[in-house]
Design a protein around this ligand. Sequence first.
Ligand code: DP6
Length: 359
Amino acid sequence: MLQDSHSTTQDSAITKESGKVGWKSPSNIAIIKYWGKYGDQLPKNPSISFTLSKSLTETEVRWKKGSSGVDVYFEEARNEAFAQRLRKVVTRLEREIPVIKDMFFEVHTKNTFPHSAGIASSASALSAFALCLCSIEQYYVGGESHEAFLAKASHCSRLGSGSAARSVYGQWVEWGESDFNPAYSNEYALPMDAIHPSFHTIKDSILIISDEEKSVSSSVGHKLMEENPYATIRFQQAKDRIQTLSKALKEGDWDTFGHIAESEALTLHSLMMSSRSSYILMRPNSITAVEKIRSFRKKTGLPIYFTLDAGPNLHVLYPASIEAEAKAFISSELAPLCTNNLVIYDEIGSGPENFITIT
Ligand code: DP6
């Protein structure tokens, strides 16, 4: 293991030869989904997400100059599969961050969400790692504004995992070119402005329908979009929805928001089912939960909706103003559909935290 220079009595003894840095970075949940990519991890359509609060990865990177390589300890155990992924990311990022050439990295990482939740998130893991590398660059090269630092961190996160590009900011985030807002780019994500107060405190209760590792990775799913017969119309649909959703988020229009959230979730899964190698990631209890949420909404008139990631677990979305009613419904009707009754009561968050700064 590398020497931990902060654990010595000489706290200021961090030299330019070695050091450590740490970032906690959250997962995010997309309302308009990124599904399909080209070139160097560029999205085929723009996406909008919000960043979570409790579901995050905590990563500490210890670096040493003079050799290269990456070792990874995940929850304190050496993890070669993760190390191989990060070695590829480092190789890619050497172009973007020349200072990391000839550095050896020892990475210690863990997730705050339950080990067995089946929601292991490349968005939180890859953004936490990219933020660490960007901090190292800033330490040696200096000089960027905070906005420029985050845009670069988003760009570098994207090269690790597309959805990670959105995790470097808190609140609502947009990634990808659209006619509606030319300020956004495929290269990196940016925060959204003009959001109605009710969406600043949105709740997300994650139903752990299954904690099994998913059978088809997102990378394979993106690839299958290249041959999907509905791809062109799907990419256009997402582009059109950017304007509609932006307006709904600005005006506090939960009805339109809910329609888009649910349609995007089911469209994503329809695309998987209609791919040449068809696959189904929803489980019977995912469908039961969808039906229960819809009938509860109809019966009560309350604004409670769902979305899905590329997996069986539902994210139940609702405003903070109905938290008591929503939680009572979730614990009595939806928790029994989950593995070990597991529901993670999360909500929108304020973004990554630099918990070990380089001194
Ligand atoms: C369904 O970001 O995991 O969560 O770029 O190959 O790492 P890679 O894929 P990834 O795709 C996630 C897709 C999604 C929708 C979304 O987050 O927008």
